[in-house]
Design a protein. Structure first.
Lengths: 324, 527
């Protein structure tokens, strides 16, 4: 019951935050001079005022800003996100087409980061101040300090251009009626380099976090008790130390959903990955307000949902934490 | 000199490959082409962006096409004749042509396309077709364009890239901008639309019923969206794609790529592109509004430096806003402004703009079009040059929509660095930017300098309706002399676009349409 009340209250707060975010986003997008009619007419080098006026009327840009805002809010509430101005498709369709690619990329990057980061962090903590710890720390520092676009370019040059092991562009190379398993393998091969590029930075963060958390937990009394009970070492490390040390990792992973969305812009651009980050970037550049608003709405919902999920997850990981 | 020789050699190699000597054309295979950005849709009748034209040009046809010597060749029209007064043009259309959905192509499609398709909706050529009063269709295979007055540039605007013939049965009585066929096009061209994986790729397949027997030769064309410049270079190098068009790998990397054993470099296939980059002036500005100041500034810019260091030698130093590739119009016989800082300073002194106690003469802002990485570099160079002659210049950087508003609506600018395509004729590409009749605040790519010259207007008017090529050439020469004297714009570089391609791709630049053409003759040599 307490859980339900908590969830309902958080959802109410989230709706309020979302409403404020939508209005702010709309106003921010309209602060800068110029609109999508300028972009469309400019790109097609149209030098005819009737053409631009016609375009502006068609897109509803000739109405006063408050009217446009109200219409926008109405559309959000009725889940009609309108037509993208710069692309020939409804906003929801463009987002729905791109979302799976970004979700796949984000999940595999986070998966890589958590698995590798937790593993390396534990290994470093258990071998603290020995050579393995040193090697892992240097690697983590390297992953942390190298910007994503550089990692990506180096990956492309090494694995695609020189060794020709892995594809570097897009999500698939099959255009015929290949069987499903072949398509899956093909997509997996395309996923490797973008995942590494996006994920290595987070591997570094999780490694450092996990190492620090483990070093804090390992000397604690409950760990010593577990050891003295004669439990198997892996059980002590995993159940008694690791579970406690995972809390900061979960917090971090939750926070990083939004930054991963941001990071995916670079990775998706570099690898021609057909995801939502690039869609948002192109939409901003083209002043495609409905599309930008659609993507921002989605990412706001995503961030709010994930933060709620993280809070709920806390109670499972650490029963001492209570929801209020 | 060394780079020129290298480029020449590369072009010769490319030419050899393009003409596909010594090997019989092979059928089959998939050609993969990199696109820098994804097209919004695939209807080139209502849009002139490169990405749309490159894809749509393979799906649709125009009435005619042009060979590399700019001779007209049949496309959907088998033959054509212009009446002596220039007011009617009769096209005899090919028989037996089918749309990709199986319907017959007829003169009704031509009438629809001219009157309701590209005629009113293509931003670049709508003024060219504005004089067309009606299209008569005496039978299913004859279309007659009837005009209020002759339109001299009209014939040059007929290839598929600017005058795409759309299916009337799909588009008539619909909202042309919202028609679903814009994303699932039905054409008459050598390739049929197959699949669009948004953000990833567009796939076209061979049209088995194409009207040229035995063509096209390829099974499939895949357009792959690769937004990053470095990644596009790596993609063509690693054979992930076969071609990178329209100078969309870094110019600094293009020659290295072109010299790799499996790749080549060519500047062919851009006859209708003819882009000239320039520095233009707000002629209402209190300082650069004066022609003598503009002339002084012209002496301060070393255009050869810009050509070599920004465009990496891909192009020619421009002396006129009319591209040298448009031989029917271009002239070099105009006042010249060779690089000479001392002369620039002397002219500024004579204009009464002497250096003050702090060594400065006046302040200026420099704006630039936010496309590509060249214009910010040119802006920094120009700023540096101006500093040397005592001008306190400031470079402003914005996004596209803001830039458009600033130049054509807000008008709070002094110097703007940008470029303009001449298209196939100055009456299409140049007149819009300098005729005083085209001063239209709020509309991009109109006369943004607000330059007014009655003689110039008159020459433009006459050139746009006169049918005699020699008379037109004289008018265009007079236009270029006025522009080079009054200097509302300092032409910088006439840009040569380039393609980096895998040597297995043959015959891809046999027409003036080049990259925008149908690729019916393109084939892949076995590796």
């Amino acid at each position: 019951m307490a859980l339900l009340r908590y969830v309902l209250r958080r959802l109410g707060q989230a709706a309020l935050v979302l409403g404020i975010v939508i209005v702010l986003q709309f106003l921010l997008l309209h602060l800068a001079p110029g609109d999508v009619a300028d972009v469309i007419a400019g790109e097609s080098q149209a030098s005819d005022p009737a053409f631009v006026a016609q375009l502006r009327a068609e897109l509803g840009l000739d109405r006063p800003l408050p009217v446009q805002l109200l219409l926008h809010l109405q559309r959000v509430v009725t889940l009609d996100w309108g037509q993208a101005h710069s692309m020939d498709a409804p906003v929801w369709q463009l987002i729905a087409e791109r979302l799976p690619a970004t979700a796949l990329l984000m999940l595999s990057a986070i998966g890589l980061a958590v698995v590798l980061g937790v593993g390396l962090g534990m290994a470093a903590a258990l071998r603290a101040r020995r050579w393995l710890d040193g090697v892992i720390s240097v690697l983590a520092l390297l992953f942390y300090a190298t910007p994503g676009f550089l990692v990506g370019i180096v990956m492309i040059l090494v694995f695609s251009v020189q060794l020709q092991w892995l594809p570097m562009a897009g999500m698939s190379s099959l255009y015929d009626d290949s069987p499903a398993w072949l398509r899956a393998v093909d997509t997996a091969r395309h996923l490797v380099l973008p995942t590494l590029t996006l994920g290595l930075f987070y591997v570094a963060i999780y490694t450092r976090l996990m190492r620090a958390a483990m070093l804090e937990v390992l000397p604690m009394e409950h760990v010593r008790t577990a050891r003295s009970k004669g439990l198997a070492p892996w059980r002590v490390v995993w159940h008694h130390a690791g579970r406690n040390a995972l809390l900061p990792i979960v917090t971090m992973a939750g926070l990083q959903v939004s930054s991963l969305l941001g990071g995916s812009v670079i990775v998706e651009t570099l690898f021609g990955w057909p995801g939502i980050g690039r869609l948002a970037f192109e939409a901003v550049f083209k002043r495609d307000v409905p599309l930008v608003m659609g993507v921002l709405l989605l990412s706001s919902v995503l961030v709010l949902t994930v933060s709620l999920a993280v809070d709920l997850l806390y109670t499972r990981l650490d029963p001492r934490i209570r929801l209020r | 000199m060394r780079t020129t020789t290298k480029l020449l050699l590369a072009s010769l190699t490319a030419l050899h490959l393009l003409t596909g000597h010594a090997q019989a054309p092979a059928r089959g295979g998939t050609l993969t082409i990199a696109l820098p950005t994804e097209p919004a849709h695939l209807n080139s009748a209502i849009d002139t962006t490169q990405q749309v034209k490159i894809v749509a040009g393979k799906i649709y046809n125009g009435l005619v096409k042009y060979d590399l010597k700019m001779n007209m060749q049949p496309d959907l029209a088998e033959s054509w004749s212009v009446a002596p007064d220039g007011r009617t043009i009769t096209f005899k259309l090919r028989k037996g042509v089918k749309w990709h959905d199986g319907r017959d192509f007829t003169s009704a499609d031509v009438a629809f396309s001219v009157m309701k398709g590209f005629g009113p909706n293509n931003g670049l050529v709508r003024t060219t077709f504005a004089n067309v009063e009606a299209v008569q269709t005496p039978d299913a295979h004859t279309a007659v364009l009837v005009m209020r007055q002759p339109a001299a540039a009209l014939m040059a605007a007929l290839p598929v890239a600017t005058a795409t013939i759309l299916p009337a049965h799909v588009y008539d009585n619909t909202d042309i901008r919202r028609n679903p066929a814009n994303s699932r096009p039905v054409g008459t061209g050598p390739f049929m639309f197959s699949e669009w994986r948004r953000g990833d790729s567009i796939v076209l397949v061979r049209n088995p019923n194409y009207f040229e027997a035995g063509k096209p030769l390829l099974d499939r064309i895949v357009f792959r969206v690769i937004p990053d410049t470095q990644a596009r270079g790596a993609a063509v190098e690693s054979r992930a794609v076969d071609m990178v068009f329209h100078s969309t790998v870094a110019a600094s990397d293009a020659r290295r790529l072109g010299s790799l054993p499996h790749l080549a470099l060519t500047t062919d296939g851009y006859h209708f592109d003819s882009t000239v980059s320039f520095a233009e002036f707000n002629t209402q500005h209190p300082i650069v509004g004066r022609a003598e100041v503009r002339r002084a500034l012209a002496y301060a810019i070393d255009r050869k430096f810009i050509l070599d260091n920004v465009w990496m030698g891909f192009g020619r130093v421009a002396t006129s806003p009319v591209h040298h590739g448009l031989r029917q119009a271009h002239t070099d016989d105009v006042p010249q402004y060779p690089y000479d800082l001392r002369k620039a300073e002397q002219l500024l002194d004579e204009a009464g703009l002497k250096r003050g106690a702090d060594g400065k003469r006046f302040k200026l802002t420099i704006d630039f079009v936010p496309f590509g990485d060249q214009y910010p570099k040119v802006a920094q160079y120009v700023r540096q040059q101006f500093t040397q002659i005592g001008i306190d210049a400031d470079v402003r950087s914005t996004d596209f929509a803001t830039w458009v508003r600033r130049i054509w609506t807000g008008r709070d600018w002094a110097i703007n660095l940008s470029a303009l395509t001449n298209a196939s004729d100055p009456s299409i590409g140049i007149q819009r930017a300098y005729s005083s009749k085209n001063i239209v605040p709020g509309t991009p790519f109109t006369n943004g300098t607000h330059f007014r010259n009655a003689d110039l207007d008159q020459y433009f008017e006459q050139a746009s309706v006169n049918q005699d090529p020699l008379v037109r050439k004289r008018h265009f020469a007079a236009i270029q002399r006025i522009l080079a004297t009054e200097l509302p714009v300092i032409p910088l570089v006439a840009i040569d676009q380039f393609t980096v391609f895998n040597k297995r791709v043959r015959n891809h630049a046999t027409l003036a349409d080049g990259v925008y053409g149908g690729f019916a003759d393109v084939w892949l040599a076995p590796n």
